[in-house]
Design a binder for this molecule. Structure first.
Ligand SMILES: Cc1cc2nc3c(=O)[nH]c(=O)nc-3n(C[C@H](O)[C@H](O)[C@H](O)COP(=O)(O)O)c2cc1C
Length: 321
């Protein structure tokens, strides 16, 4: 059996280059940018800013896939072609799973799953527009009465897609309930291209279980990697049947500080402090004194203040041992 693919699933506002870099260092083998609107990208008045922020790729990170969303075949194909030409990306991923009202109302994201002929038109056009590996990320379907991931996966395969990622929930479920891996197993059984299982995988235990239940070629992890890029090392160790030693509190804090340093170098003091708040809350989640630290981090104005607070926090963890 081939070694399963360990992927970081795309997350808007989160899977930027610092996050992708940290996950790749821990053994994540496939990363994707945040989703970018095909139309927005093409019409952005200052395309350079798109590359500076939303689609920034660091020269030292493994090349990520770029994820595009939209509902118009022409825009999707043109954006895929232009993005492929940059040489920045290792593949193009089409978003057919986003449940956000704003995205769905425009007919994009998971709304596409209500119109498989439009899905086919988009996948076919994007396939023609890029020579890069093409993947499609989908949900199970619109709602429980309309589960059609198998059909969409077959369409994608027939049109030349190279990989499918399936989030085991419907659009109407949003993030409620639990991911239905048994439905993902049906998709895996129906196509011969690789399928990644996505939804509720946040540890070696859940990854091994998902792989067993679905027979998938790998797993894609989103929320399980928040404040925890180490999840990829944990799963890699389990796949090699090796013991895993979780990071110490010092190592977690050191990683959080590196995350902050990357953000600072990229976005400057003000934005970095704001952006890092959420990440830092995830890194310290569940640890002693986390609530108090959260309040103090939220009030901090400079990255140095944040780093000092984290150092104090690491010391507190040790004194509690
Ligand atoms: C904050 C957030 C942002 C997300 N943004 C995207 C996105 O841009 N593109 C996408 O395909 N999925 C996006 N997702 C969905 C995730 O990729 C993933 O399918 C979902 O969270 C289920 O996986 P998980 O249980 O590992 O979190 C997002 C999820 C979250 C929580």
């Amino acid at each position: 059996m081939k070694t399963p693919i360990l992927a970081l699933a795309p997350m808007a506002g989160i899977t930027d280059w610092p996050m992708r870099t940290l996950c790749a260092e821990q053994g994540c083998g496939s990363t994707t940018t945040e989703m970018v609107s095909a139309q927005g990208f093409l019409q952005a008045p200052n395309t350079l800013n798109v590359y500076k922020y939303l689609l920034a790729v660091h020269p030292d990170e493994p090349r990520p896939k770029v994820q595009i969303f939209g509902h118009e075949t022409g825009y999707m194909a043109e954006a895929a072609a232009r993005l492929s030409d940059t040489g920045l990306f290792s593949g193009v991923d089409i978003n057919m799973g986003c449940p956000a009202q704003k995205v769905v109302t425009s007919g994009s994201g998971s709304a596409l799953m209500r119109d498989l002929s439009q899905c086919a038109a988009i996948i076919g056009a994007v396939r023609k527009a890029t020579d890069l590996p093409l993947s499609v990320k989908m949900r199970l379907g619109w709602d429980d009465a309309h589960i059609n991931a198998v059909e969409l996966a077959q369409i994608a395969q027939d049109l030349g897609a190279d990989l499918i990622t399936v989030h085991g929930r419907t659009r109407m479920q949003q993030y409620a309930g639990s991911a239905n891996w048994l439905e993902i197993a049906k998709v895996k059984a129906a196509v011969s291209i690789p399928v990644l299982c996505n939804g509720d995988i946040d540890s070696a235990q859940s990854a091994l279980k998902a792989l067993e239940v679905t027979g998938c070629d790998g797993v894609a992890i989103a929320r399980g990697a928040l404040g925890n890029p180490f999840v990829f090392a944990e799963i890699s160790a389990a796949l090699r049947k090796e013991a895993y030693i979780p990071p110490t509190d010092d190592e977690v804090v050191a990683t959080a500080i590196r995350h902050g340093q990357m953000m600072l170098a990229w976005k400057g003091e003000h934005s970095a402090v704001l952006e890092m708040r959420k990440h830092l809350c995830w890194y310290i989640h569940g640890k002693r004194g986390a609530a108090r630290l959260r309040t103090r981090i939220t009030a901090a104005d400079t990255m140095q203040e944040v780093f000092d607070l984290l150092a104090q926090f690491a010391a507190l963890q040790k004194s509690a041992d």
